[in-house]
Design a protein around this ligand. Structure first.
Ligand SMILES: [Zn+2]
Length: 182
């Protein structure tokens, strides 16, 4: 009798354990499914990002190709000596062209001699910075506006007109020395 009772107790205990295991297995399966869904969503997002990056790369490559072609075309129009100088300065200094403003090279800020500055403002020949070697260019639109008392003498004839009017006039027809002959 005792043995039967004992065996029945054991059976009941085992059944409880089985039930417990089944419940925990069910919840594990649920979280596994949720993780699988998350993984799928993440994989899709990664794939989308990869596609976007590929498209961007293709676009950039196309752009680069166009720029390379443009550069080759532009280089064809420059003399070998100037190209060699440009390439040499580019290798040494990362960029080979600098603006000349306020009588200074805007890359190394060394003063430009007055005569060189005069030549530069015509933009008719290639002039390099005596200090850093970069090819200088001059942009008249970057010049500071002349203070009223420093205006060219020929404007004196219009001094009787209102200041506004003479300013407009000065903008409409720039002084002859700042417009290179076409
Ligand atoms: Zn310089």
């Amino acid at each position: 009798m005792h043995e039967v009772e004992f065996a029945e107790k054991e059976i009941s205990g085992s059944e409880d354990k089985i039930l417990e295991l089944m419940v925990s297995m069910e919840s594990e399966e649920k979280s596994l499914k949720a993780a699988e869904i998350d993984l799928k969503a993440e994989a899709a997002a990664v794939e989308k990002e990869k596609n976007e990056a590929r498209a961007r790369t293709a676009e950039d490559e196309k752009l680069l190709q166009g720029l390379n072609q443009k550069r080759d075309g532009l280089r064809a129009g420059v003399s070998d000596t100037n190209l060699a100088h440009y390439d040499r300065v580019l290798r040494a200094r990362k960029f080979a062209i600098a603006e000349a403003r306020d009588s200074k090279c805007q890359a190394c800020f060394v003063m430009i001699r007055p005569q060189t500055w005069q030549e530069l403002t015509t933009n008719e020949q290639i002039i390099t910075c005596s200090s850093c070697g970069r090819i200088l260019f001059y942009d008249p639109t970057h010049e500071p506006a002349l203070p009223p008392d420093a205006a060219p003498k020929k404007k004196k004839a219009r001094a009787t007109q209102s200041e506004n009017q003479s300013e407009n006039q000065a903008e409409a027809e720039p002084a002859p020395e700042s417009t290179p002959a076409q």
